[in-house]
Design a protein around this ligand. Sequence first.
Ligand SMILES: [Zn+2]
Length: 293
Amino acid sequence: MAIPDWLRRLRDRDVSAEDAALWTKCPSCGEMLYRKDLEANLSVCTKCNHHFRMSAYDRINTLVDGDFVEIGMEFLPGDPLGWVDKRSYPEKLEADRLKSNLTEAVVTGFATLDGFPVALGVMDFSFRGGTMGTVVGERITNLLEEARKRKLPCIVFTASGGARMEEGMLALMQMAKTTQAVERFMSDGNLFVTVLTDPTTGGVSASFAFQSDLIVGEARASIGFAGRRVIEQTLRQKLPDNFQTAEFLLEKGHIDMVVTRAELRATLVRLLDYAVDRKRVAPALKAVPEFAL
Ligand SMILES: [Zn+2]
């Protein structure tokens, strides 16, 4: 081997070992992206505009005015069925807690968005695939009830693989529970907005995700109920390439708008500006000092 080749290989090996944590490969275009640049660009590929999945807290930090107050942390998962497959359910939960720094697959709380007080829920796919079990259902319901008391608009970002299979029927019941909570919240005339991020599927898509006043799809997000393969096998038809993308759903009238991550905050602020009377929500907040924003 020529010495320059040897040096190049040595250099490449050192770079890959040393900088593995600093670089990430875009799954869409294959470009190597410097993580800091990627984060500065809201986790969107600078070359092909691929939207990487975001953690709940990163999402919150990019949206709110730096004043997020978390609620619902007292709701933590148990092991109602004593579920064991390759690992027990508590072992899986513990592994996901360590991996994601989350206690469950949704983070809920209050914050202001360009001065507009809102109730905010953000799901995180890195915790049990964003699946909805008793705690996700309870936190979403609690968020809607607390927002209803304060007459605040509620925005929920969804990211979910469906129902939490380790909680069986109790997980499926959360669809009915959250659906009723949304109904109560909206029947009082409060604004409910959902932002469907990649992926939004299963029980979450069949309940609160599609119940809102305004359904926003994040660009290129995969959104649907059953998986593409299941549908193809059932219908015995080839589905279009863009099937179950936010753009496809917009074309078919299933969602109201598709927004890129870069435009998302400004779009939500504009919607709040149209729909919410700042004077009406301010006194409601003053009456609840523990959530004063
Ligand atoms: Zn890319």
